[in-house]
Design a binder for this molecule. Structure first.
Ligand SMILES: [Zn+2]
Length: 294
C-alpha cells in the first residue's frame, strides 16, 4: 500500500522517509522521581513502561536513603543500575548523610553515633561505580543521544537552606547558599537542573506550618540567570507536582518530584515529560496537571 501511494504522488521512498523524519521532533522521555527514602522497590512505573522505545532518562533529586547507611546506598544504586532507562541521573539530599563527611562530622550523627563509622570514600565510589548511573554533586554532565543527533545538559546540586543541624548539605540562606548557585552555568546552557530543595514559592509549601520554605536565592537565580528548561527538586514531600510561573517571562517548567508522601510511602507517581532536543521547543507534560503559580 505504501509503495502504491508513493507512486501516485511521484515520490521515492527516500523522499517520503525524509518528510516523515523532518516532521517528527526528536524527543527524550524524561522521568522524574525524588525522595524515595529506600522505598524505591514500591515505585510504580506503569505510565513509563508502556512505551519503551527510544532513549529515556530517569532523574532523581535526592533523599534516596533514610540515613545513608552503606547498605541503603548500595541497595538503591544496584536497583538504579537495573532500571530500564538509557541514563539514570542522581543527586544526594539531606538524608544521604554519608555522602558529605563535613555534614556528618558537624551533626548529631557523631554525637549520638551512626551504627558504624562510615567509609566516606567507599560511599562516594559506590554511587559512581555503575556505567548507567551518573551521580552529580555540584557537577554537570552532557548526555549524548547519537541516534537522534542531539544532547541534553544536566546540572545537579544537593544543597538546601539550613533547617536544624542534623542533616547533610545544609547551607545558610543568603551569601553562603547563593555562592553554591553561582556555580551553575547561565542563560539556558543547562536543559535540566536538579536540586534537592525547591526554590521559594514553587512546590515548597508546608501545610502544617502554612509556610513556603524554598530558597529565595535559588528562585531568583533560576529565573533571572540560569534559565533551565526544567528544574526538578523534592525535599518538601507535601507539595509534589508540576508548576509553571504565570508572570510571562519565566519559561522554566518546575517539577517537585517527591515520590514519598509526608508519611514516607512511595505513592506519588513518577512524573513524565517529553523533552524535545530542539531547545526552542517546550517540554510536554505527559501525566500531570501543570499548576500555575505567582
Ligand atoms: Zn525527603
Amino acid at each position: 500500500m505504501a509503495e502504491e501511494a508513493q507512486a501516485t504522488v511521484g515520490t521515492s521512498s527516500a523522499d517520503v522517509e525524509a518528510v516523515v523524519v523532518s516532521a517528527m521532533v526528536p524527543t527524550i522521555k524524561c522521568v522524574f522521581i525524588s525522595d524515595t527514602h529506600s522505598k524505591h522497590k514500591d515505585i510504580r512505573f506503569d505510565d513509563v513502561e508502556e512505551e519503551k522505545a527510544g532513549p529515556s532518562v530517569l532523574f532523581h533529586s535526592g533523599d534516596f536513603s533514610l540515613a545513608g547507611s552503606f547498605k541503603e546506598i548500595s541497595d538503591f544504586i544496584d536497583w538504579l543500575e537495573e532500571a530500564p532507562f538509557t541514563y539514570k541521573i542522581l543527586i544526594a539530599g539531606n538524608h544521604d548523610i554519608t555522602l558529605h563527611e563535613e555534614s556528618f562530622n558537624a551533626s548529631f550523627w557523631t554525637r549520638r553515633g551512626h551504627p558504624i563509622r562510615p567509609d566516606f570514600a567507599a560511599v562516594q565510589a559506590y554511587v559512581r561505580s555503575k556505567p548507567s548511573v551518573i551521580y552529580l554533586q555540584d557537577e554537570q554532565v552532557t548526555l549524548e543521544f547519537p541516534t537522534l543527533g542531539g544532547q541534553l545538559k544536566v546540572y545537579g546540586s544537593p544543597w538546601q537552606p539550613t533547617f536544624g543541624d542534623v542533616w547533610a548539605f545544609n547551607a545558610e540562606r543568603g551569601e553562603a547558599i547563593n555562592q553554591i548557585w553561582n556555580l551553575i552555568p547561565e542563560d539556558g546552557e543547562i536543559d535540566v537542573l536538579l536540586t534537592h530543595g525547591p526554590p521559594l514559592n514553587i512546590g515548597d509549601f508546608v501545610p502544617h506550618k502554612k509556610e513556603h520554605v524554598g530558597c529565595a536565592d535559588l528562585a531568583r537565580q533560576v529565573k533571572d540567570r540560569i534559565k533551565p528548561r526544567v528544574h526538578s527538586f523534592g525535599h518538601i514531600h507535601e507539595n509534589y507536582g508540576v508548576f509553571a510561573k504565570n508572570d510571562g517571562d519565566d519559561a522554566t517548567l518546575y517539577v517537585n518530584a517527591s515520590t514519598c508522601t509526608l508519611l514516607y510511602r512511595a505513592e506519588n507517581a513518577p512524573i513524565v515529560l517529553l523533552l524535545p532536543l530542539d531547545k526552542a521547543k517546550a517540554p510536554i507534560v505527559v501525566n500531570a496537571i501543570t499548576q500555575q503559580v505567582e
